[in-house]
Design a protein. Structure first.
Ligand SMILES: [Zn+2]
Length: 286
């Protein structure tokens, strides 16, 4: 006997929700790139991720808690409650509050089993592969063959006219080595001590550099991340063109990146403001 509960009929007017996570993108790289297409969504905000690397940050995002505003003089649990109320506007559905997400406290579970959504994930980072715990209540969940090809995700997206969709897109161009899909991997930057980081994508203990990195190379790497934002902005324009009009879009990052500040490089086992500082923008698809 099939014990899976039936998926309910969605409330009328429920919107699609697309969350685009530009992996490792720090806020000032976004500002330097000044992407124009995504600016049509709304005003970009400087926000802060709850975690310094990919896996815990995505779990947090999927709990429904997007990067925070770092509010002062507010008790943390009050901030969470207010943040969950934002889903009324995002989804175009009334009556959503923190308690709605209980007991699973997992956005895809709530969307599917309470609101009748279809859930889809396209991820670039191997630490988010389909065997990990966050693949729960998704109708489709795919680790992309290349870590840095958001455009390839667009061809795989489908929106059911009878059922709203939630899509998580984890985008890897902005992750080390900040490479566009057209760039020959043999031309990717090589700086001493960093090769291992890329081989073990996002494993926080993979940084075994014998000495600190060359400052000029770090500046160039930051420049490469900025260039990827300019490119991703053109892919976002293509995404906006294919999304149904009744779609709420969030574009943000899972954590920032260090480019030599205070002798740190990368993200993960780092407690520094720049590893938590991320861009955040949301709005109805333009
Ligand atoms: Zn990440």
């Amino acid at each position: 006997m099939d014990a899976t509960p039936p998926v309910p009929q969605p409330p009328p007017g429920a919107r699609n929700l697309v969350v685009v996570v530009l992996d490792s993108l720090r806020y000032d790289s976004w500002l330097e790139a000044a992407p124009t297409n995504v600016a049509a969504l709304g005003q970009v905000e400087r926000r802060f991720s709850y975690a310094s690397w990919t896996a815990p940050s995505h779990l947090n995002l999927l709990m429904g808690l997007l990067p925070h505003t770092n509010p002062r003089e507010v008790y943390a649990s009050e901030y969470y409650k207010q943040d969950f109320l934002r889903y009324n506007e995002r989804l175009g559905v009334a009556g959503i509050e923190f308690r709605s997400f209980l007991p699973a406290l997992f956005l895809p579970t709530y969307l599917k089993h309470s609101l009748g959504y279809a859930n889809h994930a396209r991820v670039s980072m191997p630490v988010l592969n389909e065997h990990t715990v966050i693949n729960r209540d998704f109708d489709s969940y795919r680790l992309m063959p290349k870590h840095n090809d958001m455009a390839a995700m667009l061809d795989t997206l489908q929106f059911d006219p009878d059922r709203p969709s939630f899509c998580l897109l984890n985008v890897g161009e902005t992750h080390y080595p900040y490479a566009l899909p057209t760039e020959d991997p043999s031309r990717w930057p090589r700086i001493s001590g960093v090769h291992g980081v890329f081989k073990h994508l996002d494993e926080p203990d993979a940084l075994d550099a014998p000495e600190f990195f060359d400052r000029t190379a770090l500046r160039e790497l930051h420049g490469r991340q900025i260039k990827t934002v300019e490119y991703i902005d053109t892919v976002l324009a293509r995404l906006f063109d294919l999304l149904p009009s009744n779609t709420w879009v969030v574009v943000t990052s899972d954590h920032g990146e260090l480019f030599g500040e205070d002798r740190f490089f990368g993200h993960g086992p780092i407690a520094h403001e720049k590893v938590f500082e991320v861009p955040f923008v949301e709005g109805l698809v333009p």
